[in-house]
Design a protein around this ligand. Structure first.
Ligand code: C6P
Length: 428
């Protein structure tokens, strides 16, 4: 199991105080903190071999190129991709999903359908809305139930069994021969729901659709194997997995990437250019136009090394323990509503509201105690609307969070709820 207290020593920011109180950082779904190993690797790059890549023959450029290329290999191994050809560096999950939507939409026509879910982040809705507008394709949405889980039909013989396989999932009625793309989040950033990605992907395959997995909230927190899932594309961000901001990943199956058109044109993505035409470079460089984020790639490599050193499965177990504890404690507060499924069926985050208090005010009250959570719609406005709320307060956990921090969160929320109750009684 994880020794969070020891891990915290690697994170300088976790030593700081906020309003004189120790920082309790519970906004990891938005972005994670960085260990010294990541910070030092990036500093070392800038102090010792800062250079452009794939361009010059000088020593610095050679060293930077090796590190940059190896970062692709490192990420490929981390997600069990075949090789670096399948790993494209982008700016973040958002850019990865835009790249996928833009390139895949070139194969869409009127009458085709794109299936999403009702729990998507704007990054996995808006690019598809635009693709649909451009092509005349139609958007359809897999619905969620009262627990915040997808309504999927299972064969009655196996429903209720723990070890369901992909073949147990009947083709959801939404998916048909018209379905060309199925794009969905692996873990909801609002509800915490872990979607049965393998089953949905298998069902989409049966319909003949291309699958795009938004793994922004899964890759940092649990083992994700693109081979086992058999997804066609997958997107995630370095900054949510101890790495720097400004670098993300689009995984794609090589045979599909070979057929896809680039989103951006310019330096490094070409093999040959004449005044009238150009030929594209080999993968993954075909999709990485211009000077890339070399320092970001160096930081991402260090982040993957760090995560592997701890073990992503161990991180998942640690988060499950914290989430279970948080939900048990928060459930004892009468005025508090928790959204999403049981702890065992969710990632390491809890969204909630306290009756009568706006989520921004809940966040501000926690902030005054040094506790950082996020309040709002979490870039999932359609979901908030569906739930009939303006937003939620959300506590999200990572490998360095401790049980003491969960206790502090629960205590601060109890105090906030009690204050609210008193105020309500006074005005009644
Ligand atoms: N969610 C949150 O606080 P970017 O911003 O491109 O790195 O990630 C976008 C994104 C896409 N999908 C999911 C499921 C996400 O959670 C996010 C980022 C953050 O919930 C910031 S809005």
């Amino acid at each position: 199991m994880i020794n969070a207290k020891k891990i915290r020593e690697d994170f300088p920011i976790l030593k700081r105080k906020v309003y004189g109180k120790p920082l309790v950082y519970l906004d990891n779904a938005a972005t994670t903190q960085k260990p010294v190993q990541v910070i030092q690797a990036m500093n070392y790059y800038y102090e010792n071999y800062n250079s452009n890549v794939h361009r010059a023959v000088h020593k610095l450029s050679q060293e930077a190129t090796v590190e940059y290329d190896e970062a692709h290999e490192k990420v490929a191994k981390f997600i069990a991709a075949t090789g670096m050809e399948e790993v494209i560096f982008t700016k973040n999950t958002t850019e990865s999903l835009n790249l996928a939507a833009n390139s895949l939409s070139q194969q869409l026509k009127k009458g085709d359908e794109i299936v999403l879910t009702q729990m998507e982040h704007h990054s996995n809705i808006v690019p598809w809305q635009q693709a649909a507008k451009r092509t005349g394709a139609k958007l359809r949405f897999l619905e969620i139930d009262g627990n915040g889980e997808l309504k999927l039909q299972h064969n009655s013989a196996t429903s209720g069994m723990c070890n369901r396989t992909s073949s147990d999932l009947q083709l959801p009625q939404l998916m048909s021969k018209k379905t060309k793309i199925v794009a969905f989040t692996h873990v909801s950033n609002v509800l915490g729901t872990i979607n049965p990605a393998k089953e949905i992907i298998a069902a989409a395959k049966e319909a003949g659709a291309i699958t795009v997995l938004d793994a922004a909230q899964s890759v940092p927190h649990m083992p994700v194997d693109v081979k086992k899932l058999d997804c066609d594309f997958m997107a995630f961000s370095a900054h949510k997995m101890l790495g720097p901001t400004g670098i993300g990943v689009l995984y794609g199956k090589q045979e599909l990437l070979e057929k896809m058109e680039p989103l951006l044109y310019g330096g490094d993505m070409i093999s040959e250019v004449s005044f009238q035409d150009a030929k594209w470079n080999e993968l993954p460089w075909k999709f990485e136009a211009g000077t890339p984020n070399v320092a970001g790639a160096v930081g991402l490599t260090a982040a993957v090394d760090y995560l592997e050193g701890i073990g992503v499965e161990n991180i998942h177990e640690h988060e499950k323990m914290l989430t279970k504890m948080a939900m048990e404690k928060l459930r004892q507060i009468d005025e508090l509503t928790i959204y999403g499924p049981e702890a065992a069926r969710r990632g390491g985050l809890v969204s909630f509201n306290i009756n009568g208090i706006h989520p921004h005010d809940v966040s501000a009250m926690l902030d005054a105690e040094g506790i950082a959570v996020r309040g709002g719609h979490h870039c999932a406005m359609p979901l908030a609307k569906l739930l009939g709320i303006t937003g939620t307060a959300r506590a999200s956990f990572y490998l360095y969070n401790t049980q003491e921090e969960i206790e502090k969160l629960a205590e601060a929320l109890e105090t906030a709820a009690a204050k609210m109750k008193k105020m309500a009684a006074r005005t009644a």
